[in-house]
Design a protein around this ligand. Structure first.
Ligand SMILES: NC(=O)c1ccc[n+]([C@@H]2O[C@H](COP(=O)([O-])OP(=O)(O)OC[C@H]3O[C@@H](n4cnc5c(N)ncnc54)[C@H](OP(=O)(O)O)[C@@H]3O)[C@@H](O)[C@H]2O)c1
Length: 329
């Protein structure tokens, strides 16, 4: 495994990060623990979770915690070998302090995450979403407190654009607070809204750790135009988490399939290899249901995409890529 730098943190992480959003259902606790151990045995040292993850049982405002608990159990006796990222911001209840980026919520949630993860430090604490009700100074001062208390080693941002990351860097310089070291954005062959921000991250040593690089499985070649989704796929088990299937989507998927078959590799490996070649990429946060899927992700590390393909891909998915965002408007 060729480990990559996680921004300016000094941490070295595997280019594939194990996502845990499906821990609980459909991935049971016993399977999830096997997956964590199997991934680590294959050289993956980076695990992404969140205080809210609880698999397909999740609904807006449900208490979460399941995935962190499972990761905690899986890492008993192996904690030092893993770089653990978890997140705060999304609702974990219906009360006014049960969400967001206030100091109250962050300082309460960091303790809950530590307990569930059975650890006394979080390697990477990520602010999950922007919170327009809380000044960034308030949030960063709370993160600084977590770092000074030794509960958090580094902090990252998720679903923030370059302007917001820039403000974080500026505030860190001004107040002597910790620097943002990573950016977790949605990014795949099908979703490139943040494409223009990657160069900013590269210039400022912010490691990009994109989520859903397989677009929830759409980019794996398992779905075909006019066919019912396979029974054990996400589209069959949890359609609410998937995009609508329409002809425009299949037009694009079929082009990826053709490019991948040109190289003789499965579409999943092709899609991950493409993402890994983008600027500032530290590690792709991939969700998996089996060891075979982990192995597929690892195999993508050796796939070389010819230069001509990058142009063909840009023609298939032409700019402008930026689209309105539900949080920032
Ligand atoms: N920061 C955020 O706001 C945010 C948001 C979403 C996710 N995340 C993180 O990103 C991680 C990944 O998200 P995700 O799981 O939705 O997206 P993903 O990695 O794009 O898709 C993963 C799904 O694709 C299928 N798959 C994976 N490898 C495959 C292979 N080789 N062949 C066939 N199918 C394969 C599996 O589903 P099936 O086998 O069930 O079809 C798997 O659960 C999450 O676990 C979480 O850690 C972060």
């Amino acid at each position: 495994m060729n480990y990559r730098e996680l921004g300016a943190s000094g941490l070295l992480v595997s280019p594939i990060c194990l996502g845990t959003m499906t821990f609980g259902t459909p991935v049971t606790e016993a399977e999830a623990i096997r997956l964590v151990h199997g991934a680590m045995d294959l050289g993956i040292n980076f695990i992404d979770t969140a205080n809210v993850y609880e698999g397909y049982a999740r609904y807006l405002g449900s208490p979460g915690g399941t995935a962190e608990e499972i990761v905690g159990k899986a890492l008993v006796g192996r904690r030092d070998q893993a770089v653990v990222a978890t997140k705060v911001c999304a609702p974990v209840g219906s009360g006014p302090q049960d969400r967001g980026l206030s100091a109250s919520h962050i300082l309460r949630e960091v303790d809950r995450s530590l307990k569930r993860l059975q650890t006394d430090y979080i390697d990477l604490y990520i602010i999950h979403w922007p919170d327009k009700h809380v000044p960034l100074e308030t949030t960063l001062a709370a993160i600084d407190q977590c770092v000074r208390q030794g509960k958090v080693r580094y902090f990252g941002a998720s679903n923030h654009n370059a302007a917001q990351l820039c403000e974080m860097l500026w505030l860190a310089d001004r107040h002597g607070w910790p620097r943002v070291v990573s950016s977790q954005i949605p990014f795949s062959l099908l979703r490139r809204e943040f494409q223009q921000d990657l160069e900013f991250c590269a210039r400022h040593s912010i490691g990009v750790t994109p989520y859903q690089p397989l677009q929830g499985g759409l980019l794996t070649g398992k779905y075909s135009r006019g066919q019912k989704p396979p029974g054990d796929s996400r589209a069959a088990e949890k359609p609410a988490w998937m995009w609508d299937f329409d002809d425009a989507l299949f037009d694009r998927l079929e082009k990826v399939d053709a490019l991948a078959s040109d190289l003789g590799v499965p579409p999943a490996q092709y899609s991950l290899a493409w993402a890994l070649r983008q600027p500032a990429m530290s590690s792709l946060v991939v969700g998996v249901k089996s060891l075979k899927q982990i192995q597929d992700a690892i195999d993508s590390l050796t796939v070389e995409i010819p230069a001509a393909h990058f142009d063909q891909i840009d023609q298939t998915y032409p700019p402008p890529w930026r689209q309105p965002d539900p949080v920032r408007g």
